[in-house]
Design a binder for this molecule. Sequence first.
Ligand SMILES: C[S@@+](CC[C@H](N)C(=O)[O-])C[C@H]1O[C@@H](n2cnc3c(N)ncnc32)[C@H](O)[C@@H]1O
Length: 326
Amino acid sequence: MSYTRHYSVLKKECIDTLTENAELSQVSYFADLTFGGGGHSFEFLTKNPLFQVRSTDQDPDALKNGEERIKNEGVSSRIKLFNTNFVQFPKLALEECKEVIEAGGFQGILLDLGVSSHHFDEAGRGFSFRFDGPLDMRMNYKSDAFLTAQEIVNTYSEAQLMKIFFEYGEEKFSKKIALKICEERKIKPISTTAELENIIFHCYPKEMRYGKTNPSTRVFQALRLEVNRELEVLTDTITHLIPLLKIGGRLAVISFHSLEDRIVKNLFKEASSSLEFPVEILTKKPIVPGEEEIFDNSRSRSAKLRVLERTAFKKTKNKYKQDLSS
Ligand SMILES: C[S@@+](CC[C@H](N)C(=O)[O-])C[C@H]1O[C@@H](n2cnc3c(N)ncnc32)[C@H](O)[C@@H]1O
């Protein structure tokens, strides 16, 4: 199975902001915790021969493709790719990236959330209703720690299904779809993307079935988030990455829907009041792709990039300045 080329979103913006404070004449360490096709990781390596990268991914196909690419490009002395869920990275880094910790920490850490083009384009992974395939949707399909979409669709109660479709997919017809799934699975288990798509399609009113957005879009997104516990993992990770940054080091997170962005925004805000590991939020408003990037890659249209910087001291508000302006 070949790995589909992934178009790296906001690549220039990410690399520019994460490398801005780096000392160009000495070794700097970067962590790309969502390696995918390696677009961002390799861009760090191209930017400066002294840059070192530590990457993670949980997807067996991304890891296999990445190891081959690292070998073919002869950069194995400058990048290490770890097979792990990024929620484990704060712990793993202390054990496996001692050289980085001894150097004061990472200059930049990147999370480019969600799935890659490979997931959507590979029918066998079950992420897309564009192709018929098994209802799987696990990024880490070698792990039993995650339920497959098929297990969720066939075992969750009607109320549980309705809740995830509504909360994670903002699906208007959540109730009707959950009910229909429960009726259909009594006749025969639902095991393919095409079967699920057909059920959802018929739950939509006739006049809404052929709109701009496929009726299955929201339910498939909701199932993917539930299968991979994406929001839970994100919530449990962000705060623990900050102590791994050196002073002046930056954390950049690209999210693709409002549920993720809200978590990033709130956790950044919480972090900005920490006295133990002070940070400054550099993006009052998120950075978004320009028209040209959206034209080249329509999947980038919902991307939002937020960045924070670890600082030596907590910045206090300058009251004198405030008084002058009031
Ligand atoms: C949007 S893609 C990243 C693309 C990459 N930045 C590039 O330019 O090619 C997200 C990648 O992160 C991985 N991923 C998502 N959540 C993860 C998690 N919790 N732990 C580890 N990897 C994860 C996915 O398997 C996927 O390969």
